[in-house]
Design a protein around this ligand. Structure first.
Ligand code: PEP
Ligand code: MG
Length: 757
């Protein structure tokens, strides 16, 4: 049987259009629709359930069930098959619905003789406004095409329901406390700071109102024109040397280009137009299907790619609607709070910094690079906000508290007042931190701790003096590469590094060589054609540098030149094996030799270190330590690889605690071995910037911590309140604990002893 077997899709859509445009009350039209759909789908039953305030679905029209059940039968969202479809916003095709664990029998409907059931959600503006279901007596398998056909019908139905006022979106959202009332929304704190501003959606969705076409040929032409414009836009993004808002990073662009030429995708859209939909509706239908498939996908990589495809559909819809792509500078208010599903580091850097107040994400985790950059830029960021794109309407006002991970939507007077007080309290605290600026970071029992700062962008540099740091413990050189449009040549790199050293004066700066790969992508770098399933564990950092020695040598040459007669500290990221460190060191020595031969000034004092981010290196320390000038623990990646937990996957990123006995023992072991070899060791992951974690690291014996500039004040305050010996004694016993985390114990201990965390 074909999907719309009786009459074919175009006839069905024509019939639907006639009903929508015809006379009769909305109820009569719904009734007619159920008849037409049932006939077309060769089903004995067709029912329409509409959403009522309070998350209840009401049987609003039926062909085939008992008429007296209409406006009587009600199911809560999540209850029964219909409630299940609404709860998950995805279709359900069941050979025998009565065997489904969620089946809820409603005797008044007389549905006991119907076995198979196909139900699809009716969605408008991202909100489920109803469910459309067909049923058959026989144990029937519904084909995927039938589900697609019913989804198309559901799109048309959604338009009728909304335009005839059968469901008011505002009533639904109001019932969820969601429309004009102020709301407090909790998420995951990713970057500290307080801000208020106007919501700007990163990729605003487009509403399609005209669904059924008069003239398919004209729709095909519109589609072709929009596809051409899309191809041009993608090409322009590739070439764009003006990093304008909305430009995407390379991998996504490549995926866009691939999908935009993807025959299957285009064929499905064209099929939609052939069946009588407008070009816009055809794109939206395919988008809906994609979304449905995506939500059920277990493979994160494929899910990501399908997300890309959704984004591409959105772009195409914008073009069809005659709107520009991305957020234009004019659409960007002076106090924008950008709301996105997720953002890559490059997306964030694309926004005009002077207008960006805060970022809210549906996804996001604390050690993912976009959060690292947000902290470097001092932009409050909150992640893991369910349905953020739907919950924050563009143009609404919000207050973002990046420390608590709290967002106030349409804040009332109370929230505003609390915000002002909070701002004032922060100003006071900032003054307290500023007062500590020139005071030493020494514990109460006299142990000095060197507090350094992480940097990577030139506008980080003034923070050195503002925060009063001892140096830069991690300069992420790749960030400089990410804000360029082409590979910076040796001279350009040397001038950047030289500016960093100038700003630091006599204070040390640890330059980390390029850590490209993972979620840090350079648009202009040729990468192997094969896509990486796990880029964080893939061709990145030193692996890439050793495979592209010219690239690494150029960077090392630039660093050596920038230092001239000054001191220089260089470290290699993601060292997994001693041999890799030695190979990198050899490249550096060759560059040094070359300079000497040419009579150029070489650094007065050169120290070369390894980042310890891959657990394998812990078992090679005996071999490694004689060759290195220092070790820097990259706790973000070390944690990721130690627990096999993707730092940018919000579902698992917070599952394990850095303050677990296992991870702390690992760090303790590294510190001990470095100490035994008299090799300086520090830590430069995000962990160092959190007072409680930093306190624990000091207790384990670390004396060198590098952190975001904004963390220096709170960490220094903690150090100056800390008795290191008392803490070290307490920690010894704690690491034997068999609990997954010692966070609470440490916090209580700190509070009991007056350590300021
Ligand atoms: C780390 O992994 O801890 C680190 C400092 O490097 P990055 O966050 O840049 O990967
Ligand atoms: Mg790292």
């Amino acid at each position: 049987m074909t999907p719309t077997g009786a009459t074919g899709p175009r006839v069905l859509l024509r019939q639907l259009r006639e009903v929508m445009a015809g006379d009769g009350s909305p109820q009569q039209r719904l009734d007619t629709l159920t008849r037409i759909i049932a006939a077309n789908m060769v089903a004995e039953v067709c029912s329409i359930y509409l959403m009522r305030p309070g998350e209840v679905l009401e049987l609003s029209a039926t062909h085939g069930l008992k008429p007296e059940a209409v406006h009587t039968t009600r199911l809560r969202v999540g209850e029964g098959i219909v409630g299940d479809v609404a709860a998950h916003a995805r279709p359900l095709a069941l050979r025998d619905a009565q065997k489904h664990p969620n089946f809820a029998y409603r005797p008044e409907t007389g549905e006991d003789m119907f076995h198979s059931m196909l139900s699809v959600p009716v969605v408008r503006s991202g909100t489920v406004i109803g469910v459309l279901a067909v049923q058959n007596r026989t144990l029937r398998e519904y084909h995927e095409e039938e589900a697609e056909a019913l989804q198309t019908v559901a799109m048309v139905l959604a338009e009728l329901v909304i335009s005839a006022d059968l469901v008011r979106l505002s009533d639904l959202t109001k019932a969820n406390g969601n429309v004009t009332l102020p709301q407090r929304i909790e998420g995951l704190p990713l970057s500290d700071g307080l801000a208020d501003g106007i919501v700007v959606l990163h990729e605003p969705p487009v509403e399609v109102h005209t669904l059924i076409a008069e003239d398919p040929a004209a729709e095909t032409e519109r589609l072709n024109a929009a596809l051409e414009a899309l191809a041009r836009a993608i090409d322009a993004m590739f070439d764009d040397d003006d990093l304008s808002p909305g430009s995407e990073h390379y991998e996504i662009l490549e995926t866009y280009r691939m999908f935009s030429q993807d025959r299957g995708w285009l064929a499905k859209i064209r099929e939609g137009i052939d069946s009588g939909l407008t070009a816009d509706a055809a794109v939206q239908r395919v988008q809906l299907e994609t979304h449905t498939r995506m939500s059920g996908m277990a493979n994160a990589y494929l899910r990501e790619r399908l997300h890309d495809l959704e984004d591409l559909s959105n772009r195409l819809l914008r073009l069809l609607a005659g709107k520009s792509l991305g957020v234009t500078p004019e659409e960007m208010p002076d106090n924008a709070v950008v709301v996105a599903r997720s953002l890559g580091p490059a997306d964030l850097l694309d926004y005009n910094r002077s207008k960006l107040r805060a970022v809210l994400l549906e996804e996001g985790s604390a050690t993912e690079h976009v959060a690292v950059i947000a902290r470097a830029l001092n932009i409050p960021m909150v992640g893991m906000i369910d349905n953020a794109l739907q919950r924050f309407p563009a143009g609404d006002t919000v207050i973002v508290d990046g420390r608590q991970g709290t967002v106030y939507l349409r804040p009332g007077d109370d929230a505003y007042q609390a915000y002002q007080e909070n701002l004032a309290a922060r100003d006071r605290l900032r003054l307290e931190y500023a007062a500590l600026r020139d005071k030493p970071a020494v514990t109460t029992d006299g142990t000095p701790v060197s507090l350094q700062m992480n940097a990577g962008l030139l506008f980080d540099l003034p923070h050195m003096d503002e925060a009063g740091v001892d140096g830069i413990g991690l300069f992420r050189t790749e960030l400089q590469f990410m804000v360029q449009e082409t590979f910076p040549d040796v001279a350009t790199q040397a001038s950047i590094y030289s500016r960093v050293l100038d700003a630091a004066g006599t204070r040390p700066v640890v330059f980390r060589t390029l850590d490209i790969g993972g979620d840090k992508v350079l648009p202009y770098l040729d990468r192997p054609a094969a896509r990486e399933e796990n880029p964080a564990m893939g061709w990145r950092a030193l692996r890439l540098g050793l495979d592209r020695p010219a690239l690494l040598r150029n960077q090392l040459r630039a660093l050596l030149q920038a230092a001239g007669g000054r001191s220089l500290r260089v470290m290699f990221p993601m060292v997994s094996d001693v041999a890799e460190f030695l190979a990198a060191r050899k490249l550096l020595d060759r560059e040094l030799e070359r300079m000497r031969e040419r009579g150029q000034a070489v650094p007065r004092d050169l120290r070369v270190g390894a980042m310890l981010e891959v657990p394998s290196l812990v078992w090679q320390l005996e071999k490694l330590l004689p060759h290195v000038g220092f070790v820097s623990i990259g706790s973000n990646d070390l944690m990721q690889f130690f627990y096999a937990v993707d730092r940018s996957n919000p579902v698992v990123a917070a599952r394990y605690d850095m303050l677990s006995p296992a991870f702390l023992s690992l760090i303790g072991r590294i510190i001990e071995q470095c100490r035994a070899h008299a090799v300086p060791v520090g830590l430069c992951g995000e962990m160092a910037g959190r007072p409680l974690e930093a306190m624990c690291l000091i207790g384990l014996g670390l004396r060198n911590l590098s952190m975001p500039a904004t963390a220096v004040g709170p960490v220094k305050m903690m150090v100056r309140s800390l008795n290191g010996a008392v803490l070290a004694g307490y920690l010894k016993g704690l690491l034997d604990s068999s609990e997954p985390s010692v966070r609470d114990k440490l916090r209580n201990f700190a509070q009991d002893h007056g350590f300021v965390i």
